[in-house]
Design a protein around this ligand. Sequence first.
Ligand code: SF4
Length: 245
Amino acid sequence: MTRDAPDYPARVAPAIADLSRLDGVISECRACPRLVAWREEVATTKRAAFRHQEYWGRPVPGFGAVDAEIGLLGLAPAAHGGNRTGRIFTGDRSGDVLFAALHRAGLANQPTSVSRDDGLQLAHTRVFSAVRCAPPDNKPTPAERDTCAPWLHRELELIRPTLRVVVALGGFAWSAFWPALRAVYGMKPPTPRPAFGHGTLWRGPAGVPALLGCYHVSQQNTFTGRLTPAMLDDVFARAKDLAGL
Ligand code: SF4
């Protein structure tokens, strides 16, 4: 089965038995030609500040506890962040804000995430994105989102026994949860879909994780004060409570 076929994730993901195997297979995926070209072009041209570094330039798998109660769902890796370092939210300002907050919440052993070998460990928490390759302008197409979704769905299935709450970082992640609800939990999403909002909480039946909205940790939000450290602290305190931690 070729890794550049559009149905590669849908055909391969359901049979993968554990997270470490899933992470490895995801990182070899080439199903979206536009994103493959972009991630590799960025990895070749680089940003001047990182010109001596070797970019990852591949899909970025999830990161964190294999028995997580809390899932943090983002949009996609950043071109010079996750696409450079190979770890989601790592090596850019968004990650600086996110992991500092996770550390304050007691969910990370250190406040920074700079490289795949920096010793960071997450407790009770796994971070992943709806689309696993860096997209131009941070905007995947609907077709790319749907092509990549089986990776997310399998990741959620594999942590299903412990997962209690998904924190959606931004509206794109919020929207990506509803197809996962159907694929992973066999549940028809609510109609109409609850609108995304910071602090919005959706709760399903027992056995289905709650969904908690949080503004994305992008510089656009954190530099303008739309999302403050105190707001993130409130979100993670609430997530921990929902997770029974
Ligand atoms: S976005 Fe997802 S499906 Fe598309 S190439 Fe990257 S990992 Fe594969």
